[in-house]
Design a binder for this molecule. Structure first.
Ligand SMILES: Cc1cc2nc3c(=O)[nH]c(=O)nc-3n(C[C@H](O)[C@H](O)[C@H](O)COP(=O)(O)OP(=O)(O)OC[C@H]3O[C@@H](n4cnc5c(N)ncnc54)[C@H](O)[C@@H]3O)c2cc1C
Length: 314
């Protein structure tokens, strides 16, 4: 039987060993070959050039990667939203997934909004790269497959760079018009200076102003400051905020009126998509299950009575 200090020592050694193994023992995907002159694939790395790198807040940058001289296969099933690519940090052979905001264009360009965490490996490495540097990535990989005309109501809730999959969905699908589905995006950032850059916010705001019946946008910051735009709400995306934004806090008589004026008696099919830092996912939809499975729905959406078929944690 091990004593308490021995158990602690063994656990610490195990955790250290696992960390070292993760960083230095190449796994199958990270050791995928780098192939030139072949179409994009999750099975091999493709070389790209960093063609722009613009600061977009205290810890974020907009980075563009361009693949030169390679015809971009617009394979509909592979490049359907929402997809990401794994970018490899060549120094320590570690890869992380990132979401091209506008997919890939005909010139082979992908634009990313990437946050640098104080101790984060790949984010810091990418921020240190200079225009003209080479970066390797593999993909596309499906993050979550959008199915057109399946839901009446889609509510996207994001924090920080968690907006990136929703922006990709907006750019490649929502903004093209959907007769059946109404979309709502609730996004929060810690402060006004950390909100998504105009390249992301402006198209969302313009579309919401033009098509309020199809797309609604609600922006939140933890605390308002002198620079906070007027239309930004203060506080976290909590239960009252979700109820308010979705009109679930309307008086009972208005809900009855709304129901009686609906064209159909069948319940509206609703889907919540949640993406952001883990504490935010936990508070809104409950923690992931084992091995990043979806887990049960709890948190605010659990309290509001939504089922697992109505909630997706990205
Ligand atoms: C499908 C998918 C798509 C993604 N797309 C994007 C994207 O477009 N843009 C983007 O910036 N990120 C995106 N991410 C997150 C990204 O893959 C990395 O997890 C993130 O950049 C951190 O990696 P790192 O190597 O820099 O930090 P790591 O070395 O993995 O982390 C080190 C430390 O940094 C801190 N940290 C890491 N991640 C977070 C976090 N999310 N919140 C708070 N602290 C954190 C923690 O303290 C952690 O211990 C995506 C993730 C997935 C799964």
């Amino acid at each position: 039987m091990l004593t308490r200090p021995q158990v602690v020592r063994v656990s610490l050694l195990g955790a250290f060993g696992a960390g070292v193994a993760y960083l230095f023992i190449p796994d199958k995907s990270r050791s995928a070959p780098t192939v030139d002159n072949a179409s994009l694939s999750p099975c091999h790395f493709t070389r790209a050039t960093l063609t722009s790198s613009e600061p977009s807040g205290p810890n974020t940058k907009l980075l563009a990667l361009t693949i030169h001289g390679l015809p971009v296969q617009k394979h509909p099933s592979l490049l359907a939203p929402v997809w990401s690519v794994f970018i490899k940090d060549d120094d320590i052979q570690v890869e992380r997934p990132y979401t091209p905001l506008e997919g890939i264009d005909e010139n082979g360009r992908m634009l990313f909004w990437i946050k640098k965490h104080p101790k984060g490996e790949v984010g810091r490495w990418l921020h240190s790269k200079k225009v003209g540097d080479q970066v390797e990535f593999r993909g596309p990989l499906s993050t979550w497959a959008w199915k057109e005309d399946t839901w009446d109501e889609v509510v996207m809730i994001s924090g920080g760079t968690g907006i990136t999959p929703f922006y990709q969905l907006f750019h490649s699908s929502i903004s093209k018009g959907h007769p059946r589905t109404r979309f709502t995006l609730l996004h929060s950032s810690p402060a006004s200076s950390e909100l998504p850059p105009p390249e992301i916010l402006r198209p969302l705001q313009a579309y919401a102003a033009e098509h309020p019946e199809k797309f609604r946008l609600h922006l939140f910051v933890d605390r308002r400051d002198a620079n906070s735009p007027a239309d930004i709400q203060a506080g976290r995306i909590d239960k009252p905020a979700i109820q308010r934004c979705l009109g679930l806090d309307a008086p009972w008589w208005r809900k009855i009126f709304a129901r009686s004026s609906a064209t159909s008696n069948t319940p509206r099919k609703i889907l919540f998509l949640v993406c952001g830092p883990e504490p935010m996912i936990n508070a809104i939809a409950g923690p992931y299950g084992r091995g990043f499975s979806q887990g049960d729905v709890s948190g605010v959406l659990g309290e509001l009575g939504y089922a697992s078929s109505e909630v997706r944690k990205l």
